[in-house]
Design a protein around this ligand. Sequence first.
Ligand SMILES: Cc1cc2nc3c(=O)[nH]c(=O)nc-3n(C[C@H](O)[C@H](O)[C@H](O)COP(=O)(O)O)c2cc1C
Length: 349
Amino acid sequence: MDLGIFIPIGNNGWMMSENSPQYPPSFELNRQVAERAEAAGYDFLLSMVKLRGFGGKTEFWDHNLESFTLMAGLAAVTEKINLFASVALPTMEPAMVARMASTIDDISDGRFGINIVSGWNQIEYSQMGVWPGDWYYEKRYEYATEYVKIMKELWSTGVSDLKGEYFQMDDCRLSPPPKNGGVPLVCAGQSDVGMDFCATYGDFQFIIGTGDLDVVRNDAGRLMAAAEKSGRDVGVYVLFQITMGETDEEAEAKWQHYKDGADLDAIKFMTGQAELDTAGATAEKITEMQGAFNLNIGPIVGSHATIAAKLDEVAQIPGVKGAMCVFDDYPTATQEFGEKVMPLMSSRS
Ligand SMILES: Cc1cc2nc3c(=O)[nH]c(=O)nc-3n(C[C@H](O)[C@H](O)[C@H](O)COP(=O)(O)O)c2cc1C
């Protein structure tokens, strides 16, 4: 069971709450997380690309670093751990991203990979004039297919002449290539077409964890079915939000406290309910909204033993090769999980 961390490239991690740790993103914070992760034996770190925040009292994700440059910095200060940056395809040309990957592959000595984000959140791209047009909603994985074909050609042969519907290469060159003739690609599309794309071109597929492991089993099964069709070995990584305590009760109290502080304005923005008058909303509506304070990432809340047992259960699901953790208080929790949860996991021994 591989273990990774979704590192805090944006402010406040993945909790839209006034009661959760409040912090700006910085290289120093992410370096601390990376160094502690490496010391504890985690397998990988991933940073997302997010270009527009949700506002609210916590200014949720209004502050975000850039993914490739952050990972290049982390590559220079780590030695063992694998690193993934995320590219939002409408924002950067494939030949440039292929070259950036070769460069970070060199800095990291072969530890770098890319998370392919096809990108559907129009405002992130239209704000800078690069939203391709509404046709893109339907065609984004066709666009992604040409995109990764170009990168793979450049890495493996040093040249691409691909004449596609979206990209025209003209004897495009790349050298030096990455050490292994390419870098791993991960994807996180949850739709069938997104999973087919990953099964054809990716190495790992992220799925969003839920408390109900049957849902995880079903999503992992969808990926496995797609991988069987493509005849490729693609592993599933499951994303979870980890909240730890010395006891289950302590962890649950912490979780409830975070939830009680839900930033309803940020949640309204995320859920497209910006016009909702929260002052006049029903108690049920408010409770429902509060429930989304962690972006609906499957929570695992409990003692170290409870968390280890749950992750061991996840590891048994066919197709699952790892989990990626989101934490509340990053540097502290990275170390605590490494020292107190990992040693209890039978799937790690
Ligand atoms: C682990 C994980 C990482 C993701 N990273 C990003 C990201 O960095 N930027 C982004 O805009 N979307 C990100 N997404 C969203 C996905 O790329 C994808 O667009 C979304 O899950 C919807 O699936 P679909 O593209 O198949 O419709 C991520 C999702 C997951 C589960």
